[in-house]
Design a binder for this molecule. Sequence first.
Ligand code: G4P
Length: 526
Amino acid sequence: MNKEQEIARRRTFAIISHPDAGKTTLTEKLLLFGGAIQTAGAVKSNKIKKSATSDFMEIEKQRGISVATSVMTFEYNNLKINILDTPGHKDFAEDTYRTLTAVDSVILVIDCVKGVEEQTERLMEVCRMRDTPVIIFINKLDREGRNPFDLLDELEEKLSIRVRPLAWPVNMGSDFKGVYSLYDKKLNFFKVNKTRVEDDVLPIEINDPVLDAKVGQRDAGQLREDVELIEGVYDDFDRQAYLEGKLAPVFFGSAVNNFGVKELLDAFCQISPEPISRTTDTRVVQPDEAKFSGFIFKIHANLDPRHRDRIAFLRVCSGVFERGKFYRHTRLDKNVRFSSPFSFMADSKSVLEEGFPGDVVGLYDTGTFKIGDTLTEGEDMKFQGIPSFSPEIFKELINLDPMKAKQLDKGIEQLTDEGVAQLFTLVSGNRKIVGTVGELQFDVIQYRLEHEYGAKCRWVPLNYSKACWITSDNAQKLGEFIRLKGNQIAYDKDQHPVFLAESDWILRMNRDNNPDIRFHLTSEFN
Ligand code: G4P
């Protein structure tokens, strides 16, 4: 197979959802269809069920497994499909946002009983920032869910995206009979069955009397009415609009019962995008370019105390990544080479000789990488769209053992490079402030500092609720603002000044009073 064919057959995507909507279950069923795993339950073991720290630590201890399932690759219909796992827990939302920078499309899972939930909205905002194509899977149709038309309206309203159903359910809950595909005019009959892989599908015209015989007159009549309404209200499915992130096709099913999953996967194979182009600070990079380029979107610590190395996840964007070849680390302006890069096949790691655009390559890292770092064959550029977002919870890091100050510094540097949290230094007193999106991270950092670096710390909660990166065309005005605000100014790890605001109101007031200063809620701005 030549390079163009290799690129054309890659599909790299993430499944996202509010916790409990069924992301893990769907992932697992897709892997079963793809033959990547043989038994149900293999993916489940990684899920962070509760917000209790002890649970999380247990999971952390088994990081070996979670690294293996961070990227799940399988072959289906001659396509090479890479599913990038995202943590469902909201305290790790930033990790999910960053993973979304490395995918070409997304499947969003919605619980038909709960509809659009808080985390769904935030995740979709991130997708919209990059116009990521989204397919929606409405799950748990074996439960008494909401009216499907109402669900569609809610999706459009809350997620600010147009939707187009490509399938339609015949009832829900205890009376759920199946799903009719508006795409290829087939009726898929529902049976409670958690292990079935084969579907019971009948190709049928909507007006065929066989439909009445199969589902009963009342339901057949309702389906005809619904389908007529859908065809009247919604335009034909426009793939281009989907690829541009403007239109989301909608499917229905029940992941736990394997129902509707194959239809979803088949449609995904037909419509989802090949590896797409990506923007750098200097130009747009196309996947079919001759020279290799890629970026790091995730760093995973190795919690085995005997191996302090970390694993960096590289998304290949163009050219071909080759084992043992020198590449330029553009941030450090130095050449680096990897003798044992690996691919993530099922639950085993294997050494990788070549990686194509769309692929994710695992690199052993001894501390050279930060999230967002770019590798090239020499060109000086940096991939964009991997920003840090303003944290929401801030605490000061206090060293409890003066003899271990160095270990603490090194530990917090490395953990924040991994993206566990963000580190800011307050101008006054050189105090270290750690910002996160969830409380859980503070426990994780404290635990890891102690167990991996031998440093003990405690946290002092601070009153801030937002961190805004500040810039201005007027250097003097910016300098004055920084001097004036003293305690509210800190520097991030790249020495960019950040304004720490106690409330939205204070932020607004400062914005209004300082028209020359720009306040950015993400670290990436031009
Ligand atoms: P998540 O990754 O999005 O957080 O969700 P996950 O797949 O873990 O699913 C959350 C719960 O919803 C699980 O139940 C799962 O079995 C159930 N579920 C998934 N798909 C369906 C479906 O189509 N119908 C119904 N009725 N339930 C579904 P749990 O009780 O939390 O876990 P378990 O004990 O069943 O493993």
